[in-house]
Design a protein around this ligand. Sequence first.
Ligand code: NAG
Ligand code: NAG
Ligand code: NAG
Ligand code: NAG
Ligand code: NAG
Ligand code: NAG
Ligand code: NAG
Ligand code: NAG
Ligand code: CU
Length: 408
Amino acid sequence: MEIPLLCLCIALLVQASLCFNANYTNCTEPDFRELKSKYTNLTQSIYQKATGRLDELESCDKAQGREPTCTRDKVVFRKEYGNLTKQERRDYVKAVLCLQALPARTPRNVSSGVRSRYDDFVVTHIQQTLTIHFTGNFMPWHRWFVYSYEKALRDECGYRGYQPYWDWPKYASAPQDSPIFDGSPTSLGGNGKSIEHDGIVLVDLNGNPALELPPGVGGGYVETGPFANMSVNLGPVGGINGTAPGPEGGLGYNPRRLKRDVGPAINLRYANYSTVLTLLSKPDISTYRALSEGGFAGVEIGPHGGGHFTIGGDPGSDMFTSPGDPAFWVHHTQMDRMWSLWQELDPDTRHSESEMNGGQYGHVTWNNEPASRKASFEDPIELGWAGGATTVGEVMNTLGGEFCYVYV
Ligand SMILES: *[C@@H]1O[C@H](CO)[C@@H](O)[C@H](O)[C@H]1NC(C)=O
Ligand SMILES: *[C@@H]1O[C@H](CO)[C@@H](O)[C@H](O)[C@H]1NC(C)=O
Ligand SMILES: *[C@@H]1O[C@H](CO)[C@@H](O)[C@H](O)[C@H]1NC(C)=O
Ligand SMILES: *[C@@H]1O[C@H](CO)[C@@H](O)[C@H](O)[C@H]1NC(C)=O
Ligand SMILES: *[C@@H]1O[C@H](CO)[C@@H](O)[C@H](O)[C@H]1NC(C)=O
Ligand SMILES: *[C@@H]1O[C@H](CO)[C@@H](O)[C@H](O)[C@H]1NC(C)=O
Ligand SMILES: *[C@@H]1O[C@H](CO)[C@@H](O)[C@H](O)[C@H]1NC(C)=O
Ligand SMILES: *[C@@H]1O[C@H](CO)[C@@H](O)[C@H](O)[C@H]1NC(C)=O
Ligand SMILES: [Cu+2]
């Protein structure tokens, strides 16, 4: 009995003490195995439930003489990036590169910096940033944004798969080595070149320092993988970590290479197994969003901020221009996944208007400042030159309206 106990103690000590090295190398959540197993069980049971609900929806539609829009035959699957085959990853990357090579639709008098079809999406996000974050339409707007991007990849670039997601906790102890960021030809590009640096200092809307985040293990230019030569054309809007903003409020031409600062510290602290499990246990949208998004430039930035700053760099750290990094999309697909899993836990109430516009973030102004009305199902979602228009009420359910997808 003595020897195993001693080993256990040493193992615990080693695990704990390793977490004090500067790079968080080999750190994990202490009880991650147990948490991971719970998370896997929960997400799989929700998946079973969602596909089961398809049958109900179908018979309900038929009973009422309606043609069912989303059925078991039609439903499509969004997969975790690392669960795509290498060929599927290559196809996805190829489609993104295609979008970056297609001509822009946005006129130059709207954004003089826009250079590609991909940039159309970045422009739209820059223009609307202040009315789509910490607002009631946040999750619906980004759901439609990701869907429209997926649609462009498929319709305009011949992609036959669906939008993959980044399951944050899965790679939290070393995201830079994940299939998403490992710099291989099947990744979304490598980490930035490793340079000596501190973390970035987040500023509040008045430009005052609010939080110093731990650094990642990159910091420089992305030199490996399919996006090593990519040109970031737009932004940054607010400037990043004290650097100057780009021209014309971020809509001017500001060509530069992609930078990233991927690493475990932020990922482990803000987007771990405990985070996603707690998130899925939240009783209402108000508490759900309080954890998911945290407070703007507060100490708790939530897995939303955690994912963005785990990518870091330029334009990843700029709230306005962040879709200019191809990793934005797998992050926001996981945001959408979490929301849809949470909705599926109580589908009768969580697709309703009150489970969209509850709480401090449920209004039409950022954090309800200045005080404004609640967001409503009739509010338009309009993607400008990037894509089509819909309303908040149309996008609440991934198995309804124009949608028919589930997460595996
Ligand atoms: C942190 O990581 C970088 C790059 O991986 C390495 O050069 C540096 O020596 C590491 N520092 C520590 C304290 O582990
Ligand atoms: C991390 O773990 C690996 C494998 O267990 C080991 O080879 C490496 O030395 C460890 N690195 C640090 C910084 O502890
Ligand atoms: C997850 O499910 C498996 C198989 O049903 C079970 O053996 C395991 O105990 C479950 N884990 C947790 C943490 O609930
Ligand atoms: C990914 O693939 C593995 C192995 O095929 C499987 O066990 C797992 O359930 C899949 N899904 C996720 C979300 O990792
Ligand atoms: C841009 O130019 C077009 C065509 O000349 C014009 O119709 C449109 O109003 C202009 N837009 C802006 C924002 O100036
Ligand atoms: C952010 O700015 C601070 C202060 O100038 C600097 O020490 C730090 O290295 C910068 N971080 C990054 C990621 O550039
Ligand atoms: C980037 O450009 C250089 C120089 O034109 C070229 O050698 C390299 O293959 C390119 N890399 C990628 C990933 O496209
Ligand atoms: C996991 O994330 C939560 C926030 O969601 C945080 O409070 C906790 O400290 C994190 N765990 C570790 C090991 O950092
Ligand atoms: Cu956004």
